[in-house]
Design a binder for this molecule. Structure first.
Ligand SMILES: NC(=O)c1ccc[n+]([C@@H]2O[C@H](COP(=O)([O-])OP(=O)(O)OC[C@H]3O[C@@H](n4cnc5c(N)ncnc54)[C@H](O)[C@@H]3O)[C@@H](O)[C@H]2O)c1
Length: 269
């Protein structure tokens, strides 16, 4: 078997052009997985213009990755993504449902259209991916009791409410419950389903975060997050990637339905 904690495994990571998905894809590739980097576009959004697409970074480091364009809100594109990933080795070992977008939606300003659109991106997409991926995984032979592993990215804001984050918070709470439900329903089939709830992770996607990374200058939101987080720093994408690696690896045994906080102790405070 190829070296690394994910040697020989095929992993799909959605929203993997940028941010947390990009870090997870890179970490999985370093651990020997063949990574299907899926996103709306291959180029990272909002980052430095000279930053390479995720697949190119993995390729240059000697890893194995392929980009597959898919909008996770569209069932036929989700279907094509899982079909393409499965064609590589005949099985799909790992799915990380990461694509999503934070935005504010105070109740009285939230139209029905916005509610539907936000939940389509942040919750329905994970239902679609889980349904299609698990339909494939239950047909596969078990390896050390496991037919497949799913890691859903929820959020600290699905566990606790932030002012005005109505649709996002409800969607991410739904992701945590979807995770528990599928863990129960498919435990006997050898499907392990867990979630990660990141706290405030500085990805550099937003302009204020790029400024903070470059100069240490903080805006009001960053100052609040720093003051509220017990750890003396905010999160890094690699913090989430390490947690995802654990949940996707053979070290994660007899653990399913869990929603792992990666938040520097925010929720414990
Ligand atoms: N960064 C944080 O502090 C934080 C905290 C908690 C949860 N999260 C969650 O982590 C995940 C990643 O967040 P991020 O901060 O890395 O975001 P990001 O904006 O940096 O990256 C998200 C990626 O998802 C892609 N994407 C968006 N819509 C898509 C669609 N319909 N289909 C396919 N891909 C799509 C984007 O193109 C982008 O590459 C999200 O689910 C987010 O809600 C992030």
């Amino acid at each position: 078997m190829p070296a690394g904690r994910l040697g020989g495994r095929t992993a799909v990571v959605t929203g993997a052009a940028s941010g947390l998905g990009r870090a997870i894809a890179m970490r999985f590739a370093r651990e020997g997985a063949t990574v299907i980097v899926s996103d709306l576009q291959p180029e990272p959004i909002g980052t430095r213009a000279d930053e390479l697409p995720t697949v190119d970074v993995i390729d240059r480091a000697g890893g194995s990755a392929v980009f597959v364009r898919a909008d996770v809100r569209q069932p036929e594109q989700v279907d094509a993504l899982v079909t393409r990933a499965t064609a590589i080795t005949g099985r799909l070992d790992i799915v990380v449902n990461n694509a999503g977008l934070f935005g504010l939606s105070p109740l009285l300003e939230t139209t029905e259209e916005k509610w539907d659109a936000d939940l389509a991106l942040n919750l329905r997409s994970q239902f679609l991916m889980c349904k299609r991926a698990i339909a494939q995984m239950i047909t596969q032979d078990a390896v050390d009791e496991v037919r497949g592993r799913i890691v859903n990215i929820s959020s600290q804001l699905g566990m606790t409410a932030a002012p005005g984050a109505t649709t996002y918070g409800v969607a991410k709470a739904g992701v945590a419950q979807l995770t528990r439900q599928l863990a129960v329903d498919f435990a006997a089939d050898g499907i392990i389903v867990n979630a990660i709830a990141p706290g405030r992770i500085i990805t550099g996607t937003q302009a204020a975060e790029r400024e903070y990374l470059a100069t240490g200058a903080t805006d009001e939101a960053t100052r609040f997050s720093l003051s509220r987080t017990p750890f003396p720093r905010l999160g890094r994408p690699e913090d989430v990637a390490g947690a995802a690696l654990f949940l996707a690896s053979d070290d994660c045994t007899f653990i399913s339905g869990h929603n792992l906080m990666v938040d520097g102790g925010w929720l414990a405070y």
